[in-house]
Design a protein around this ligand. Structure first.
Ligand SMILES: *Cc1c(COP(=O)(O)O)cnc(C)c1O
Length: 460
């Protein structure tokens, strides 16, 4: 062995040499020196590791490897095109915001605001005041509060109103909402004691009545958002529970989950309980999310009696789960659309629910034409998602693609587009449903389809 024997480690360029490459230098201008140098070091380390494992002898493509991983330097959270047909897709960020909500966020975030400042009195105010009027107007309740999300609204309600006391709930409503959010766990965290009544499929008002003790604080009803119990089932009406609660001096809490303000039946869907109806039926606190069927930002909203909501506002946990100013701005602007009566036109979730099938079919047809012979327009079903209306769907049309390299690979290629396009795989084909895609993104979808399918064609 002599010194001249090729040493694969020595063939590796230095970090400086990598950074001097014109393409990498351009990346440095865009992303900064330190992050790109760090990435170059990572790539070189992985080359050294494969040399050590004698998987590689030379070092071709170091620059290419750095450039290929450049995406990792961009902020990881980015916008995607949701072509799944699931309108409230929790993994894809739930509800897209109305234009006015986006503008309100910009207005309030670009400078200072009267977030906790009473402009009339010139002294400290409360952030909870900004939503008061609209929440009450829309729901018919006496008071309202918005916090970080509905899970925290429920936790706050239980902690403020039921701590060290008992809360009665039907066994059919001890649900897991998703992401490990389980009603019994939230109850335990709040310091309240869970009292289960009835059976999984049937619970009567008398089951609740028999479970009341001098330690009982409340009856909690939880909307079984993401599943449906069919067949031999029975749950008391909210009004039935309200009269029992009133008679026995208990609170009635109603966790609606989605919290629709418009009637889903007008769109051919099953009924999703309305916030207004729960207030009218006599619930003391009605809880719902801001970013499900309401179509606003992430938030948890509680409306109800001034006394109950006041106790929630004063509880120390309210500070820990408080809503931020950008979300208040967006929520206020979204609620305004309901107050003005133009939510169906302006709130994207409702606009997508209301989208007529022929409009969707025409867009699916243009997408399919961009694919050539490999795609066809097929009837399919969009779903509302977000843990609302399980088993319900909206008739829609999709562009179904028979990808030459297989459905998984084609779906992955769509996700690698910029912005990424998320599609659905069904029976070996890739499906794209225009219902959940903003029309402004049509050109991007079409161009991506054309380019992917012509590349695939060339590769064959
Ligand atoms: C979704 C849901 C929640 C949780 O709401 P987040 O806003 O996601 O925290 C709580 N309860 C029910 C019934 C739900 O459907």
């Amino acid at each position: 062995m002599t010194e001249t024997t090729s040493n694969p480690y020595r063939d590796l360029p230095s970090v400086d040499r990598v950074l001097a490459d014109p393409r990498v230098a351009a990346l440095v201008l865009e992303r900064g020196h330190a992050p790109v140098a760090g990435l170059a070091r990572e790539v070189l380390d992985s080359y050294r590791a494969s040399i050590a494992a004698s998987e590689a002898s030379a070092a071709p493509g170091v620059i290419e490897a750095v450039l290929a991983r450049a995406e990792a330097l961009r902020p990881s959270l980015r916008s995607v095109v949701n072509a799944t047909g699931v309108i409230i897709h929790t993994n894809l960020g739930r509800a897209p915001l109305a234009r006015a909500a986006i503008e309100a966020i910009i207005q309030v975030s670009a400078g200072y605001s009267n977030l906790e400042f009473d402009l009339e009195a010139g002294e400290r105010g409360t952030r909870f005041g900004h939503l008061d009027r609209t929440l009450c107007h829309i729901s018919g309740a006496d008071a309202g509060i918005a916090v970080n999300n509905n899970a925290s609204a429920l936790l706050l309600a239980l902690a403020a109103l039921c701590r060290d006391r008992e809360v009665i709930i039907s066994r059919g409503q001890l649900v897991e909402i998703g992401g490990g959010f389980r009603i019994p766990d939230v109850l335990r965290q709040s310091g309240a004691t869970l009292v289960e009544v009835g059976t999984t499929n049937r619970t009567y008002v008398r089951d609740y009545a028999e479970a009341i003790t001098d330690r009982t604080a409340a009856i909690l009803r939880v909307h079984s958002s993401n599943f449906r119990v069919v067949g031999f089932t029975e749950q008391p009406t909210l009004a039935g529970l309200a009269s029992l609660a009133r008679e026995r001096g208990l609170l009635l809490l109603d966790d609606l989950g989605s919290g629709a303000l418009l009637d889903t039946r007008a769109y051919g869907l099953a009924a999703e309980p309305l916030v207004q109806d729960s207030v009218r039926a006599g619930a003391d606190v009605v809880l719902f999310s801001g970013d499900k069927l309401l179509g606003g930002p992430q938030a948890g909203i509680a409306v109800g009696s001034a006394e109950a909501i006041g106790a929630m506002r004063r509880h120390p946990l309210a500070r820990a789960v408080r809503i931020d100013k950008a979300s208040i701005a967006a929520l206020a602007a979204t609620l305004d659309h309901y107050a003005k009566g133009d939510a169906e036109r302006e709130v994207p979730v409702w606009r997508m629910i209301a989208l007529p099938a022929p409009v969707i079919e025409a867009r699916a047809r243009r997408w399919a034409e961009a694919c050539g012979a490999r795609a066809s327009v097929e009837a399919c079903e969009s779903t509302v998602g977000g843990g609302s209306l399980p088993g319900e769907s909206l008739p829609s049309f999709g562009c179904a693609i028979d990808a030459p390299e297989g459905a998984d690979a084609f779906a992955a290629a769509l996700r690698a587009a910029s912005p990424p396009i998320v599609a659905r795989i069904h029976e070996g084909r890739v499906w794209l449903d225009p219902r959940t895609v903003a029309p402004e993104a049509d050109a991007h979808v079409q161009d991506t389809l054309t380019s992917l399918l012509s590349e695939a064609g060339r590769g064959r």
